[in-house]
Design a protein around this ligand. Structure first.
Ligand code: NOJ
Length: 529
């Protein structure tokens, strides 16, 4: 059997640090809080945690506006806390992946302050500065992801700078070798501290067209979408030169044993897979967000599975994601009952699964009153449903008033159901979703068919999705009812290893199996003869 790396056989767990565990009563989660809750993650069977940005930041975009790449924001702790986190995680066999935000800095980063200070400052060319266009207008039509033009006028030096996101997040100029050098030094700073890998923010956006050509109009744009979608980002994202940068980052990691480079990339499958890089020397795991974007039915998911497997370059390792801090939570998108089916899907697919904190207890999007909104995406373009606060709310640990998250005022409200839907309550209940996650991960760990095995026989019948994972003689059939009607499914003889309702383990399957509504099962197929 092929030896897999930890990031291939393991399960990754994403922590949004502001919302995981507060220990100092300021209502915001922190590093000591993550340390305090490591045992939850370990009990779940997780292999690696990815922590969203924890660097010093004015928090205009909640940490994705970095003011210093080589330190820890005081609200989260300090470097000594970080070293302790690494040591505590490693002593439990848990790896630590950091968020690396190379596309832009904060406008408060010393590099930008220098760059902005005068046109002949040595760091001027570390960012993307342009003269005004015709008649003093914008240099071109490029748009910001958070609404409005992507160009901000600097009155003192009479030029515009480019920002893909907020004006407080100026884009770095990755065509400048000094920027590359400085950012590779940042990677080394954390690798030397024992970090096991990076999730790289907006990896596909790092390089922009050197001729600054206008982006074409998106004729499919509908006004209920973000205004960013009025144009197609032809000249601002997924430029061919970006792959050289990914390869350079990867080369930095390859100087250290066993590290992983994960890329945040929202692109169609055929483009996404190019980020594995030439000779697989790009990202080891370009995040596959297909399950976030797919319509939740058997046919669309089967199509994605087939397309993705077919598109993977030889030797490339797949991965799957149900949700993250930018997208509506899975339990809100597809409902509580289907969230159990989604868990079984995620943890039986071929490739590395990433779980977003709270998915294991079925956390839902929490409605945020207009005066409580924090996210700039909502503030800048209100009412379009672009806000990301609902999926970033504090983790409910127990049934107490503040859910064991804080003794202060939580920075975002707790969910309305936290008194009953919390980690402690679910630990005590055998049928809970938390227990299902736990059992699925344990099953995965104990069965090479689920980690190493090939995937085959993807089939659809009505709203039933079925597939097999196979390793040597071991054959596991996974059958998922993505619909709300019971169904009868034909299956070869075997025995049930696990069911989403957790009440069919050991059941013999003979001629076939009947699935209840929203039910999934894993069956070990008997070896004939
Ligand atoms: C993607 C991150 O996931 C998101 O939260 C952030 O706002 C943007 N990149 C900008 O860094």
């Amino acid at each position: 059997m092929e030896d897999l790396k930890w990031w291939q056989s393991g399960v990754i767990y994403q922590i949004y640090p502001r919302s995981f565990q507060d220990t100092n009563g300021d209502g915001i989660g922190d590093l000591p809080g993550i340390i305090q809750r490591l045992n939850h993650v370990v009990r779940l069977g997780i292999d690696a945690i990815w922590i969203c940005p924890i660097y010093p930041s004015p928090m205009a975009d909640f940490g994705y506006d970095v003011a210093d790449y080589c330190d820890i924001a005081p609200i989260f702790g300090n470097l000594a806390d970080f070293d302790r986190l690494i040591a505590e995680a490693h002593s439990r066999g848990l790896r630590v992946i950091l968020d690396f935000v190379p596309n832009h800095t904060s406008n408060q980063h010393s590099w930008f302050l220098e760059s902005q200070s005068s046109r002949d400052n040595p760091k001027r060319n570390w960012y993307i500065w342009k003269d005004a266009g015709q008649e003093g207008g914008l240099p071109n039509n490029w748009l910001s992801h958070f609404g409005g033009p992507a160009w901000e006028w600097d009155e003192a030096t009479k030029q515009y700078y480019y920002h893909s996101f907020l004006k407080e997040q100026p884009d770095l100029n990755w065509r400048n070798p000094a920027v590359k050098q400085a950012m590779c030094d940042v990677l080394r700073f954390w690798l030397d501290r024992g970090v096991d890998g990076f999730r790289v923010d907006v990896l596909w956006m790092l390089i922009k067209d050197d001729q600054f050509r206008d982006n074409p109009v998106n004729h499919g744009y509908v006004p209920s979408e973000s205004s960013y979608k009025r144009l197609l980002p032809l000249f601002t994202a997924n430029r061919p030169e970006v792959h050289e940068i990914v390869a350079e980052m990867r080369a930095v990691l390859d100087r250290y044993p066993d590290r992983v480079l994960i890329g945040e990339i929202y692109l169609p499958i055929e483009e996404l897979v190019t980020y594995y890089g030439r000779d697989l020397k790009g990202a080891q795991l370009p995040f596959n967000f297909q399950l976030i974007q797919a319509a939740w039915n058997a046919r669309s998911i089967a199509e994605i599975m087939d397309q993705y497997e077919a598109a993977l370059p030889l030797g490339a390792w797949p991965n799957w994601v149900l949700g993250n801090h930018d997208k509506a939570r899975i339990a809100s998108r597809i409902g509580e009952a289907q969230a159990r089916v989604a868990a079984m899907l995620l943890l039986t697919l071929h490739g590395t699964p990433t779980i977003y904190y709270g998915e294991e207890i079925g956390m839902k999007d929490v409605p945020i009153a207009p005066d409580k909104v924090q996210d700039p995406a909502e503030k800048n373009e209100p009412g379009l449903g672009l806000g990301r606060d609902p999926e970033r709310t504090p983790m409910p640990w127990d049934g107490s008033l503040l859910a064991g998250f804080t003794i202060g005022t939580p920075w975002l409200p707790l969910g309305p159901d936290h008194a009953s839907a919390n980690v402690a309550a679910m630990c005590d209940s055998d049928e809970s979703l938390l227990n299902l996650y736990h059992r699925l991960i344990a099953l995965r760990r104990g069965n090479p068919a689920l980690t190493h095995g090939i995937i085959e026989a993807v089939g659809v019948e009505g709203n039933i999705l079925s597939y097999e994972r196979r390793q040597g003689n071991d054959r596991l059939a996974i059958v998922l009812n993505l619909g709300h009607e019971p169904a009868q499914v034909s299956l070869p003889p075997g025995r049930v290893l696990l069911s989403t309702h957790l009440d069919r383990v050991g059941e013999d399957v003979d001629q076939g199996v009947s699935l209840r509504t929203d039910e999934g099962i894993i069956v070990r197929v008997s070896i004939e003869g």
